[in-house]
Design a protein around this ligand. Structure first.
Ligand code: ANZ
Ligand code: ZN
Length: 815
């Protein structure tokens, strides 16, 4: 029976029955934790992209298993989140029901893939036995002061009626629905991720992650060394700090600019300017941060009517507000130095504000303004002649001596806003009491269950607020009536710790057992999409560090090594999407060709980290490759039963052995690096060589051939697990091929004893010769000149010259 989806079923069943892939806890010292980012259970089912993430990674995991590791490869579902809720709003199907149904379908598909997932360790984040512990971690962070509430201007999507994290705002638009995002002041929950900014940055160096991803995180954290300098407001008892990275330009300040949202704006605005300032503040609300920071946008702003006093010179400078200053960065106030900053220059030119040069080229060259380079100071009192680098520090020292400045590091990273005014998420385990304030739900009352019967259509308020039975509770401290927190957690909170739960997913006493988790983690290989470079991967790192500091973990980083798979595009070269109608569903292919053929097609057709457009032709070729292997194994069994055989290892066997060892080396090296396409190419060469051996060799060495077949099947096993298991059984191997070790390669077999060289006469190919691979040029010349066919061509002509090109050809020049 040729390989088909039936073969898949047969072995999947046997693997299940024999619990072949169950993780052996006693072998944790050889553990290898291979993790694929878990999927979101959407109605679109498992698509080619999931398959591309999971199939090839499973090949890598099997490969590691056959190298002697105890592989742990769990799978689960990231099940809370907006899509299920939006779907519910559209169709009326409850998010819990649709999510559980989708999980069922996807799990079935995942099983049909035949990956060696540790299903006994499955987790689903929307079920209470998981989110109980998400809540527990929230409480731990709260106790440690790492979770807190504050009023903040937040990104608000009017269409989704929810707050969005900075990361969910793309070019001023909601990541999900593309509506324009506005600002709103709300009391929200935050995690203090900025406390870990430095460590998150420093530890990046130690990670085996793609450079691009490290760079994204680095920029996202955005560490910036500078200083805070204090200015006071003329005639008012108000002071404010500016953040600057160019304190060397302090003497060039000709005005200051506050963010329109800055809390002191109202108190310093003069009556004459009040209307203009109010109007401007309204306008600024409509702009996204990205728009405000855009360098191409024309600068706008309004004078407040007040003046600031320069901390060193005592000069009076105008105080303006402008949207190019962000409220959320630095101090929200900027000292403007139009001579040396592009944006300030543009602003000053537009509003006719003074421009004062304080830096010149260090080489004494003429320069035009704005001059943004470092140089030598001028017009800066005692600092004249000093370099910018020195002045940056020394000017701050002077300001510091009069308590008006200090060195300061700033980060672009903001604390993580985790509360959402949505239904389908993990409830925040907090109770608000009029007398006691913010009270954590006592641990023994966890989980705070998400009620099923809730009106979840969004109206800007948290849907849970409308559930009387949910919201009304007694205060755990004083026993008086109190209200439950009605916001839910960002789903990124759920996915920030799931890798810690997998190895201990059934623990009903704790989120995880510290001792066990310290053994099983960090994750040795994490595989998922590059779109997670900033959010998920940063949040998970933060969780690990916070839990470490709370004493629950003893390692610093969750994911030692990271691989991003590329993206499989639709056949039209566009991103697969329902609306474009170019989605490739793996199911039809799997049932027509079998899961192994589909998997090998994915691995052979694309560079793993590159991806590319779907092309169906390749899958047929892969199907032929699978049958070619099967037919050869059949042929081998035939030869074996015929009994005609020789025992010596002659030239043909040596040639085949060389191809075998080239294949072993290629598969070992390339698979380890996720270079599946080249590894498969080596296997194809080996199969070709087997056919060649069969046709070219009259009397075969069947025992030797048997050894090659065994190695071939082992090498094939990670790539085509069901097919290989089937063939392994056919040749009488003991169950299972996945308990075998991969063959090792023999360096000496990689050297050919003899090489073939083309022979040319006056530049035209006339024949070929064979020589020992260690033969000298002279020996090769001799062989060529003595070759019967070549002799005929030379006949009675005179040999002028013989040129040997090592390893390739011999050119004989005759006259
Ligand atoms: C004076 C100055 C002079 C500046 C000069 C630059 C060049 P990074 O590197 O991103 O940290 N800035 C500070 N807070 C800001 C805010 N809330 N919104 C917009 N801009 C802000 O940038 C720091 C520089 O960005 C600071 O240094 C400040 O302008 C501006 F020749 O201060 B600088
Ligand atoms: Zn109370």
């Amino acid at each position: 029976m040729p390989y088909s989806v039936e073969t898949d079923k047969k072995w999947q069943q046997k693997w299940d029955e024999t619990k072949l892939y169950e993780f052996d806890k006693s072998k944790a010292d050889k553990k290898l934790y291979c993790l694929e980012m878990f999927s979101y259970p959407s109605g679109a089912k498992l698509h080619a992209g999931h398959w591309y993430n999971y199939g090839p990674t499973d090949t890598w995991a099997r490969f590691k298993r056959m190298q002697g590791y105890s592989v742990f490869q769990p799978m689960g579902f990231d099940a809370f989140g907006l899509p299920a809720e939006n779907y519910a709003i559209k169709t009326g199907v409850h998010p819990h029901d649709s999510t559980m149904k989708n999980i069922e379908t996807m799990e079935k598909q995942l099983r049909e893939m035949g990956a060696m997932f540790n299903w006994e360790n499955e987790l689903v984040t929307c079920l209470p036995d998981y989110y109980k512990w998400t809540q527990w971690i929230f409480l731990k962070l709260f106790e440690a002061g790492l979770a807190y509430r504050k009023e903040a201007p937040v990104n608000w999507c009017p269409s989704c009626s929810t707050v969005l994290a900075n990361e969910q705002v793309l070019d001023g638009e909601c990541e999900r629905c593309s509506s324009e995002v506005t600002k709103k002041n709300l009391t929200q929950w935050f995690f203090n991720i900025t406390k870990y900014a430095d460590e998150l940055l420093e530890k990046l160096d130690e990670l085996d992650w793609p450079d691009m991803t490290k760079k994204v995180q680095k920029n996202w954290i955005g560490r910036s060394e500078g200083a805070e300098i204090e200015f006071s407001v003329e005639n008012l008892d108000i002071k404010f700090n500016v953040f600057t990275t160019r304190a060397d330009t302090l003497y060039g300040v000709t005005y200051v600019v506050l963010a329109p949202e800055s809390p002191i704006v109202d108190s310093i605005t003069t009556p004459a300017q009040k209307d203009a300032v109010e109007n401007y503040k309204e306008e600024a609300k409509k702009q996204s941060e990205i728009e405000r920071m855009s360098t191409s946008k024309e600068k706008t702003g309004v004078f407040t009517g007040s003046f600031a006093i320069h901390p060193l010179t005592g000069e009076k400078v105008e105080i303006w507000i402008s949207d190019y200053v962000l409220a959320t960065y630095g101090t929200g106030c900027v000292m403007a130095v139009p001579a040396h900053d592009e944006r300030d220059y543009e602003f000053a030119t537009k509003f006719n504000l003074p421009i004062k040069r304080v830096v010149e080229s260090a080489k004494g060259e003429e320069t035009t303004l704005p001059y943004t380079e470092y140089g030598t100071l001028v017009n800066s009192e005692e600092f004249n002649g000093m370099t910018s680098a020195d002045a940056r520090v020394n000017i701050v020292k002077k300001a510091e001596s009069i308590n008006k400045g200090e060195l300061k590091v700033n980060y672009r990273l903001r604390d993580w806003l985790v509360s959402r005014q949505r239904y389908w998420g993990c409830p925040i385990p907090i109770i608000h009491c009029d007398d006691c304030g913010t009270v954590p739900v006592p641990e023994e009352q966890l989980p705070v269950e998400l009620p099923y019967n809730v009106e979840f259509t969004p109206d800007g308020e948290s849907p849970l607020k409308k559930s009387e039975e949910f919201v009304n509770v007694v205060c755990p401290k004083c026993g008086k009536p109190a209200k439950r927190e009605a916001d839910t957690l960002d789903t990124f909170v759920c996915s920030s710790w799931y890798y810690l739960r997998y190895p201990d997913n059934k623990n009903s006493e704790k989120a995880f057992d510290t001792e066990w988790i310290n053994k099983m983690l960090p994750v040795d290989k994490y595989v998922g999409g590059p779109e997670h470079a900033a959010m998920h991967l940063l949040y998970a790192r933060f969780f690990t560090k916070a839990l470490r500091d709370l004493g629950y973990l003893n390692f610093d980083e969750p994911f030692k090594s990271l691989v991003h798979q590329g993206i499989i595009l639709g056949p039209d070269g566009n991103k697969m999407s329902k609306s474009k109608g170019n989605v490739i569903s793996p199911d039809d292919y799997v049932s027509e060709y079998g899961s192994d053929v589909f998997r090998m097609y994915l691995m052979f057709g694309f560079g793993y980290s590159e991806g590319g457009p779907w092309n169906v032709d390749g899958i047929k070729a892969m199907s032929r490759f699978a049958s070619r292997i099967e037919r050869f194994v059949e042929r081998y069994l035939e030869l074996k039963s015929e009994g005609t055989t020789k025992s010596d290892i002659a030239k043909d066997e040596k040639e085949l052995n060389l191809v075998l060892h080239t294949a072993i080396k290629g598969v070992l090296d390339d698979t380890d690096k996720f270079q599946f396409n080249t590894a498969l190419a080596r296997l194809m060469e080996l199969v070709n060589a087997l056919y060649k051996y069969d046709t070219d060799t009259e009397v075969k060495n069947v025992e030797f051939l048997g050894g090659v077949i065994k190695d071939l099947i082992k090498l094939l096993a990670p790539f085509a697990p069901h097919l290989a298991e089937e063939l392994w059984e056919q040749i009488g191997g003991s169950y299972s091929v996945f308990n075998e070790s991969l063959p090792e390669f023999d360096e000496s077999a990689l050297v050919r004893d003899t090489i073939e060289l083309g022979v040319q006469i006056n530049g035209k190919v006339k024949g070929k010769i064979e020589a020992s691979s260690s033969a000298s040029d002279e020996e090769i010349q001799k062989i060529a000149l003595n070759d019967d066919k070549i002799k005929e061509f030379i006949a009675d002509k005179e040999v002028k010259k013989v040129i040997v090109i090592k390893g390739r050809l011999v050119n004989i020049v005759v006259k």
